[in-house]
Design a binder for this molecule. Sequence first.
Ligand code: HEM
Length: 301
Amino acid sequence: MDLFQYGTDPWGQEIIIRLAWGLLTLSFWAGIGFVVFHAVYAVVWKPRVEPEEASAAADAAIPEKIVRHTGAARMFHWVMAASMIALLITGFFPIVGLEFSWLTIHWVAGLILILCIIYHIVHASFFLDFWSIWILPRDLKEAVRRTQRQLGATVAIDKHGKYPLDHKLYHLAVTIFGLVVSVTGLIMMFKIENPIVPMNELLFEGAAMGNDPAWGVVYATHGFSAVLFVMLTITHIYFAIRPEKLWITKSMIFGTVSREDYLAHHSPKRWDVTPPKPKAKPPAPAPAAAAPPPAQSQPAS
Ligand code: HEM
């Protein structure tokens, strides 16, 4: 299978012009294949693994409803999801034969996605628990222990922090390819007529008649990350609608998870949800000692 589509530059040399769309078919079926494999695996093998018990020694301070996603975080997620679906439809439907005027909707959805990403970077860096979503050394140690347990070993395992390793891996992939697709998409804006950036086909040094090989690399890179999003989106939606994950999906709609779900899946040590304790008031000053009665002045004799 070809990885790229080729064309010729003005001197007749073969150059890459974009990704070969056979990779779109591959990504789609890889996503579907993963879903089918996982669904069968979950039925056939998964029940042999003991479910994690809710922590008995739960802190009484853990509230009945725990905020998992603030309103701002949920709004970001759904706007980003809508823009992503719009980008996938406008990017790929014409390629698979459903012709329509897609370009303007595509770049507008692209700019919305980029604004969402910028907003999310600021929000997560300054207002959320920044490190909770990144893969840290302890996640890797835990992954080894979980694999051992999956293979039948008796290994003690802590419950998760706010995000388990699979969520962190997914977030990492979306971060990398989201940035790649956004940067290349922005560069490609110079190739099309639009009211935001001036059209400039000769953007790259040495470009001749807009047919520079650098454009091919940009288009192929955009196409590659776009194609990966097909697989990433299929698997993401699959996990979101799996019955045992619905409590997480609901929290992306309503914001909260129940105390039971929290205790069944999370370690209070690793994701502390107890309300901040009110700061102890400084002790009240001791009442002033009774002042001695003023000395009686003796009348002069
Ligand atoms: C996951 C998100 C995205 C997907 C699935 C996607 C998909 C695609 C696909 C399949 C193409 C056709 C590429 C080709 O012909 O080689 C394309 C072109 C394009 N995309 Fe995206 N894209 C995404 C994000 C973005 C973003 C964030 C922008 C930024 C504004 C953007 C702007 C463009 C532009 C300007 C073109 C060029 C169209 C042309 O020259 O005819 N895309 N996109």
